[in-house]
Design a binder for this molecule. Structure first.
Ligand code: ADP
Ligand code: MG
Ligand code: MG
Length: 535
């Protein structure tokens, strides 16, 4: 180990022989996870799962149809150790959040840009049905006599990153995977997960297995209250204290507790009530007054003999990010109905469109970032250093339809180092490496513009963890080499006449997946909730 040059040696167990792997994530030697005995592992697994069950780090169990009043839960998928993240990269990700909050607020309010990139006449909406449907709902409202009646938008964002450490390099950097503008989830469960690791440390000292496991290296995580603050800010801006916040949710959602903790925080700290409705519920319960454009919900329930209509201040979507949430054209109309109202949308349709992968790619084109961050027409402009800081987090990206054939040829040539992404959210939609050439063979030429190519981030090799699946039963913890993804939450309230963006960074998330898995969605079952040990 050469600590002076910041080089460390990782011993990865393969059979009985330790195989040295060199890397440079810290100045000290780093073996992760630290060495523990079988009985210590059993103890940690028991303490972790019981903590999870008793603190709401849980899901509803698998069931075809969730009962209206559930009687049991299973613990969420989790890691026993927090994962090492370089202190510098963590600080950088947090500091960048304000810039990203402002950037995406600006994109969402640039109608011409969104029409060009995501619209049905010139952009992705021409070839991607889902994007086109959303864009058409928005366009219809812009073109009607009343226009858009609520200028404010609320964004509840999560910017996702990985540590990039190409082979041969000894300086890790922070690279953005994507920027989420809708249904950014796991804010509250990640807070619980960090608390669980804090508890394991307080309870066992992790058996003295690593000098990195000290309280100062566990950054605080108060995401739930941070996110609730964003919703409360929108509610306050709407200006009717007796109104409620509408959570639009998926039927049979298993990740309800992640959402419920936001409700509890809104009620306890802000005295704001929440109503939960699916799109199907809303078909019967939602009404927008044609004169005042006030959105009211009349909850349908057997328990309520005479339901009262409730005014809605803010619509928070935890559904609506995937075409599966819109099984019929009428479901898009419900989305349009909500958007037609005075209620503040989180996100508005333009803000959802701003989160498209195509927009992420478009930002890397010369001059585009400047247009949003250094335009003299804007309320505030940013320094060259700020723009460089944002740009330094980008991997190379291009559109498959760029320069005629060239985008596709380049993708074939570099397939081993690439991921292809469509305009979708929620995991499981991307095409990786060897699957790219055959995929390109089958992709109709006109659909190319809906896909972007992105260089793969080279995550540090040789880091492991003990992963416990959701409701793992007798299987217990599995030791495996892993890849971690850091998400930073933030919110932004914007769109008012002064052009100002009210925004805040709001906490973080770490999801960790087995090294062999391309995708990393916790909900999709590929990864676990984790937290951070700063190194
Ligand atoms: P989604 O919106 O469906 O979550 P993402 O862009 O986050 O789409 O891609 C899903 C997953 O694919 C990520 O969580 C990450 O594990 C992996 N991934 C995406 N882009 C890259 C990349 N450039 N390098 C390495 N892994 C990536
Ligand atoms: Mg993602
Ligand atoms: Mg996403």
């Amino acid at each position: 180990v050469n600590t002076s040059r910041g080089v460390f040696t990782l011993f990865v167990k393969s059979g009985n022989l330790p195989t040295p792997v060199t890397g440079t994530m810290s100045r000290q030697s780093l073996q992760w996870p630290p060495e523990i005995s079988e009985s210590e592992l059993d103890t940690l697994t028991l303490l972790a799962t019981t903590y999870a069950l008793s603190h709401g780090l849980v899901y509803l169990p698998v069931a075809k149809v969730q009962p209206p009043a559930p009687t049991s839960t299973i613990h969420a998928p989790l890691s026993l150790f927090p994962s090492p993240i370089p202190r510098k990269q963590f600080e950088k990700a947090k500091n960048l959040q304000s810039l990203y909050n402002v950037l995406y607020a600006r994109i969402a309010t640039d109608v011409d840009f969104l029409d060009r990139v995501m619209g049905e006449e010139q952009g992705v909406g021409q070839v991607d049905e889902f994007t086109g449907q959303l864009w058409r709902q928005w366009k219809r409202l812009r073109d009607r006599e009343a226009g858009i009646v609520q200028p404010l938008h609320l964004g509840m964002f999560r910017s996702d990153y990985m540590v990039h450490l190409p082979e041969g390099s000894d300086s890790p950097s922070l690279k953005q995977v994507e920027f989420n503008t809708i249904s950014s989830s796991f804010g509250t469960l990640s807070q619980q997960s960090a608390q669980m690791h804090g508890y394991l440390h307080a309870s066992t000292g992790y058996f003295g297995s690593s000098s990195h496991l000290t309280q100062e290296n566990f950054p605080p995580n108060t995401t739930a209250s941070g996110l609730a603050e964003g919703l409360a800010a929108a509610h306050k801006a709407y200006g009717v204290p007796t109104a409620k916040i509408l959570f639009v949710v998926q039927p049979n959602e298993r990740n309800v507790f992640d959402q419920r903790f936001l409700e509890y925080d809104l009620l306890e700290k802000h005295s704001i009530h929440v109503i939960r409705q699916t799109f199907d519920d809303l078909a019967k319960s939602a009404h927008v007054d044609p004169q005042t454009h006030v959105l009211k919900i009349t909850p349908q329930s057997k328990q309520i003999a005479e339901p009262v209509a409730v005014e809605i201040s803010t619509v928070y979507f935890r559904a609506g990010y995937t075409p599966n949430d819109y099984p019929t054209p009428a479901h898009y109309d419900i989305r349009g109905l909500l958007e037609s109202s005075r209620a503040i949308q989180c996100p508005s349709i333009p803000l959802q469109l701003a989160g498209g992968k195509k927009v992420q790619e478009e930002l890397t084109q010369p001059g585009v970032l400047e247009q949003f961050m250094q335009n003299p027409k804007l309320a505030t402009t940013h320094s060259r250093e700020d723009l460089e800081a944002i740009r330094s987090t980008w991997m190379e990206m291009w559109s498959l339809d760029s320069d005629g054939e060239n985008g596709v040829d380049r993708a074939r040539e570099h397939a081993d180092n690439l991921v292809l992404k469509p305009q979708r959210e929620g995991g499981g939609n991307n095409v990786y490496k060897d699957a790219i050439p055959p995929f390109l063979d089958s992709l109709p030429e006109k659909e190319r513009s809906a896909w972007i190519a992105m260089r793969l981030i080279a995550t540090p090799k040789g880091l492991g963890n003990y992963l416990v699946r959701a409701g793992a039963g007798t299987e217990g913890a599995v030791k495996t080499n892993v890849i971690s993804e850091l998400g930073i939450f933030g919110w932004a309230l914007f769109g008012g006449e002064d052009g100002k963006v009210k925004e805040k960074e709001a906490g973080w998330l770490v999801r960790t997946k087995g090294e062999d898995s391309n995708e990393g969605g916790v909900a999709a079952g590929f990864s676990v909730l984790d937290s951070i040990v700063l190194v």
